[in-house]
Design a protein around this ligand. Sequence first.
Ligand code: PMP
Length: 448
Amino acid sequence: MTMEHLLELDKKHFIHPTSSIQQQQEKGAKIIVEKGEGIYLTDKNGSVYMDVMSSLWNVNVGHGREELAEAAAEQMKKLAFSSAFSTFSHEPAIKLAEKIASLAPKGLNAVFFTSGGSESNDTAFKLVRHYWRIQDQPNRRKIISLKRGYHGVAAASTSATGIPEFWNMAGQMMTDFHHADTPYENGTDKAIVSLRQLIEAEGPETIAAFIAEPVQGAGGVLIPPSDFFKEVRNVCDEYGILLIADEVITGFGRTGKMFGVENWGVTPDLMSFAKGVTSGYVPLGGVIVSNHIHDVLKEKSKGTLFHGYTYSGHPTAAAVALKNLEIIEKEELVENSRKMGEELLKGFQKLKEEIDIVGNVRTIGLLGAVELVQDPKTNKRFSPDYQVAAKVIEALHQRGVICRAVTYEGTDIICFSPPLIINPSQIDSLLERLKGAIKEVKEGLTTV
Ligand code: PMP
């Protein structure tokens, strides 16, 4: 099909996720991606881009891995799909559950599968409420999450998401969801005070669980202070509240550890995951629960557990996930994530010395951010009218880099989450292009 024809059909028939429908109708799709290879994407016109967001923070092993296509084809030829409902089971899901248990922090060993992150978090919320209900504490229903947290767009996960723009479409959030302050801006102590106040105000005996991302991704790659999660764990233990780690972005090597919580030395009671488990080659997610929760379910969950997706434990998705995890281990991508993340940070710090609109820079493994500010000394932000982040994203695009910005509450944050296979020369090339893009935008600003 020609580009013109594709663009016309796109407008007519394709409602894009998280997009401006108006802009699509006015301008059409900006890029029609055709091919992926390693850290690169090629569009329909033959232009090549570095995919430094790993598409949606998920293509951990990079694009175009034949082994994953072969794993899917092999499994599809044998058994493409079979249900895992009720008493049915199959080898790929059993093996994957065992594999994930072996990678997860000690004490988390049982897995419920879903098709993605939103379903995983909705599942986690239902599981914790069920856990309390079968222990005669049905009032423990409330879920606390962090402002600027992102947990998905299903009914409950939207409500847990702490970015208000996501709530508007539903008209109203589900009840029993509350948001505490992120530690990112004011530090651990103030965030913990806010959490305690919220718990006390709502009544500890009504709270089922606290959920947070080990690093807040969509909120702007907000790396918490190193003591935050330990303090959260203490507060949860004090009030008997379960701790859910949303590892949808941070799982499977993204932060330089297999799971994000390993950076903070805490063990959650549940972990939700998706994205990196298959590197996005096929949809799959899930929730890993602690031995204690599993024991309670085994002992007290009578009759049918009325929760299950058609694709829970999808055999083809499980086979791809197993191969993907094998690649991550065999190619030591968790270690590469840590090492390349350090290189990226050095480059960001150099940029900060060279260009005076670069504010805070940070990485943890291959999850990073560069903030653009009017004055790095005071962290004074640009007026949103300048659209600084959008301009840098466009300048990067012109230089063959696909990247993403967060402009929550007037911030200008450029986010980075490249495939974990990225090498030193590709990091250098990215930094060179980033420098050119920021400089160009800066020069343009003086003439606005
Ligand atoms: N949790 C986190 C931390 C995420 O980043 C995302 C997606 N970006 C989700 C949940 C939702 O996952 P999905 O889009 O697969 O439903």
